[in-house]
Design a protein around this ligand. Structure first.
Ligand SMILES: Cc1cc2nc3c(=O)[nH]c(=O)nc-3n(C[C@H](O)[C@H](O)[C@H](O)COP(=O)(O)O)c2cc1C
Length: 370
């Protein structure tokens, strides 16, 4: 059976890379993104398309299953925030083989995004430059779209990107509004304190401000686990401070990491890079890896780490698990490698786990540090 799945994935991979990607890459990336979301929304409406999707893209293996807190993950590969910002593809995404999905970032008020272009491809660097600036329909419009799903759905919150959140108390009130509104909707929360494309993007890197934010949010009743999303541009000292504050509260863990703004990164290989926006994919991979290893070591493996940034293969995924991630997320790999990537990673990961004598992914978490 794995041989057949491998063959299926190879055919889909070459079909995407040789035929579909060259066409898609001729169009404006935001146009392609919007059409893809529209297509996913439509495909998710019908049982027959969902069934066909599962036939083409799914893969299941007992070594990949995990129970983490009150959530069950049939595999560790999740869709990172930013792809389904407005929760329009929830019915379709499980058919692509994901183990979980994160919608958003959502903000208390709808946002029209930053002026100008929002998305660029960095083909040589295998990354994207992103300057959406938290464009989304807002919590009230999106909430009814977040229905109970067959896989866990995370709701990623950020504070509204406008002048109404210019101070710490205002930004906390904005976060608290969204947190209360979604306290019973979706399966986990992510607090995005690391969006590089908003004004005051570093407001909650300050330990005092972060402490005030968490004190306010944890006073709101919810059974949803809460994750904090780390920036790859935080220095090791700032990461230590964020972790020290966060672990005073009953958080579930950390998502590591978001986009990087650092244009001096040696992984930026393209000549023309827009002056604005955060970068994803291979540009961020090593920064994320360093931060995962740091947080895993610092917390003694007591918190769930969701590893994110430049995952393009099962080897990349296994590397992040070795550094301390229990779960993984990706976006950019899908754009460069195709939608069968989720299944390719899961198939390859199960093989790597077995080859190395692990019966379950949980046994392999942090293997590099042992
Ligand atoms: C187009 C795009 C939009 C994104 N929007 C968000 C967002 O709204 N909130 C967020 O927390 N992260 C956002 N991200 C960051 C991703 O969730 C992820 O952390 C980052 O891209 C690294 O993963 P990757 O290399 O697999 O893309 C976005 C990324 C991309 C590519």
């Amino acid at each position: 059976m794995p041989t057949l799945i491998h063959l299926r994935n190879q055919i889909l991979h070459f079909g995407y890379v040789l035929l579909i990607k060259p066409i898609l890459f001729r169009f404006n990336p935001e146009f392609v993104h919007d059409r893809t979301v529209g297509l996913g929304h439509w495909l998710g409406k019908f049982g027959v398309t969902r069934f066909l999707g599962r036939l083409l893209f799914s893969y299941a293996d007992p070594t990949l299953r995990q129970q983490i807190g009150n959530l069950y993950f049939k595999n560790p590969v999740g869709l990172a925030a930013g792809f389904d910002k407005n929760s329009q593809m929830l019915n379709w995404l499980p058919a692509l083989g994901f183990g979980f999905i994160e919608v958003g970032s959502l903000t208390a008020k709808p946002g029209s995004g930053n002026p100008g272009q929002h998305l660029w491809r960095l083909p040589k660097s295998k990354g994207l430059a992103v300057n959406f600036g938290l464009k989304n329909d807002g919590v009230e419009a999106i909430k009814p779209r977040i229905k109970k799903n067959i896989i866990p759905v995370g709701t990623n919150l950020a504070f509204t990107n406008d002048a109404s959140t210019s101070t710490v108390p205002l930004a906390i009130a904005d976060f608290a509004y969204s947190f209360s509104a979604l306290a019973d909707t979706g399966d986990y929360f992510t607090l995005n304190i690391s969006c590089p494309n908003q004004t005051n993007d570093r407001l909650f890197w300050d330990p005092v401000a972060l402490d005030q934010l968490l004190a306010r949010l944890f006073a709101i009743t919810t059974t949803k686990p809460v994750f904090i999303k780390i920036s790859p541009d935080m220095t090791p000292d700032i990461i230590d401070e964020v972790v020290a504050v966060a672990t005073r509260y009953p958080i579930a863990g950390f998502i590591i990491s978001n986009l990087t703004k650092d244009r001096n990164n040696p992984r930026v290989l393209d000549q023309s890079v827009p002056p604005v926006g955060g970068m994803s994919g291979k540009v961020v991979a090593e920064l994320a890896d360093r931060a995962i290893a740091q947080v895993y070591k610092k917390t003694g493996g007591q918190y769930t780490i969701i590893g994110c940034g430049g995952i393009f293969s099962a080897t990349d995924a296994y590397h992040k698990i070795g550094l301390g991630a229990s779960l993984l997320q990706l976006v950019t790999g899908l754009v460069f490698e195709g939608p069968q990537l989720v299944s390719e990673i899961n198939l390859g990961l199960a093989k790597l786990l077995r080859q190395n004598g692990y019966k379950n992914i949980q046994e392999a978490v942090g293997w590099k540090g042992r």
